[in-house]
Design a protein around this ligand. Sequence first.
Ligand SMILES: Nc1ncnc2c1ncn2[C@@H]1O[C@H](COP(=O)(O)OP(=O)(O)OP(=O)(O)O)[C@@H](O)[C@H]1O
Length: 607
Amino acid sequence: MAEKGNISIHTENIFPIIKKFLYSDHEIFLRELVSNAVDASQKLKRLSAIGEYKGELGDLKVKVAVDKEARTITVSDNGIGMTAEEIKKYINQIAFSGATEFVEKYKDKPDANQIIGHFGLGFYSSFMVADTVEIISQSYQENTTAAHWVCDGSTEFTISDTERAERGTDVILNIAADSEEFLEEARIQTILNKYCKFLPVPVEFKGEIINNPTPIWTKSPSELTDEDYKNFYKELYPFSEDPLFWIHLNVDYPFNLTGILYFPKLKNEFEFQKNKIQLYSRQVFITDEVKDVVPEFLMLLHGVIDSPDIPLNVSRSFLQADSNVKKINTYITKKVADKLAEIFKKERENFQDKWNDINIFVKYGMLSDDKFYEKAKDFALLQNIEGKYFTIDEYKDFIQANQKDKNDNLVILYTTDEDKQHAFVESAKDRSYDVLKLDTMIDSHFIGMLEQKLEKVTLKRVDAETVDKLIEKDETKESVLSEDEKTQLKEIYEKAINNTNMHVTIEPLSPQDQPVVITLPEFMRRMKDMSKTGGGGMMFMGNMPDTYNVSVNANHPINNRILSAQDDSKEKIAKQAFDLALLSQNMLTGPALTAFVKRSVELIEKD
Ligand SMILES: Nc1ncnc2c1ncn2[C@@H]1O[C@H](COP(=O)(O)OP(=O)(O)OP(=O)(O)O)[C@@H](O)[C@H]1O
């Protein structure tokens, strides 16, 4: 006997509102229906395990079928099924009231669009793509009749007795005219691949099982080999190179979370591929935007996180404040730090080999998270230009004897480009100073942080000062020039250079040093670097002209020659010495370079 009925919900016309809300996310209807079918299968399994269900389980499977001619999509399972009474209870009341609640809660919220993508609207979401939805279901319970329910998304429904050969449920969607795209098998395949790839019950589409019901994150690490982890990585990201390391996450108290995080091999430092971590809830794909769940610096990692304890039906700001999410953040950070510490301790060589690939994560982490810094400071590596690796403490010991200045500060020297700063690197080497390579984009921030964290330590780029001033010792250098001669020399250079952004000083360098050395003060350059990478409110610095220091070596024979040269040659030689300094730093270009070449030819011709 057919029964007509009315679904008692408070909001009369919820359907158009939901449809509008979920506009960009219509495809999730399939995720919802397939997960319901999976749940129904698993419920039966559980009933069987506790002896409540004594029949055969058979081959539990979910089938998805598209019938383009009949304009239907059918999701079938052989799970617990529902009686007519249960359909009325679970679908008419629960599913519809869930939808009502959703609308009531979010209809006036300005950020509704952000919430709904993650909101499991359940069964009701099928009305986003269907005019009419039918359910044909046969309960697992003996002596029950199959039921056929039909509803068009309004508050009216019909339910009648029917027959179904086997236990289980078919949900049949009669696809609406504006949703015809979902009658394309290719589209359905794509959606299944996205959301259902790791569902725990086999899902069949076009005669093939489309999912892997036991992905490795659900297994115990002791059952798994390195190959298993690498193969799974390939399954997730088919065209990627092998990952460097991985971390198997597994916690069940105080929250439930499993997953595998991979350290990818980055091809270059700009390849910050975020949105590579996939978030699942009980093996159902939810999103690859894990922004609020995973600490920012770990978003560079790849892999999966599966947690039913991440609230998905709340707004972003709520998520950030959620105590579980905070705990998950802390847990993941700690796990990553512990894993790196372990590899460093057990396989230092291997860790060093991979440092180039992982240093960005580690530095980013140290910069953004104090707890991570505390752990990482013991395994973060510094590499010198000879290619040797040191931990921070090891490096401090290494340079202790030779690189302390007169105020007892340890001075760490570094280069960002060995070729361009070659002359300065050489001068530092002449003094037996060690020079670090700090040449990645994040290093300018990292350097600032090290200075803040380490006591009585300064970092200077090799070309920040003339070599004697880089590490100022307590010895006074003698100048062969008198005060008067120094003033004269300064004037000659200032005239020859004729640029107010070049600040000339006369300094008693060693006769072996260059006649002129041009430096950009550390502070100035650092501010500019930071403004380039968008740090610390230094944007205005980017627009300031560079102000260089031009150190004229009072003890170099050329500068003596300038003083005793003919008046008309003085400036020419000074200009030539200055241009040579520019040249050694790749700063001589355009007309200045042409003039330099011309002048050089003239000077050679003279001799
Ligand atoms: N294929 C099915 N077999 C058996 N019962 C089902 C099936 N689909 C839905 N149900 C029943 O209908 C109820 C309502 O489903 P609905 O998808 O709206 O909500 P839910 O699954 O409980 O929650 P969620 O919002 O997370 O999806 C389910 O709890 C389940 O009891």
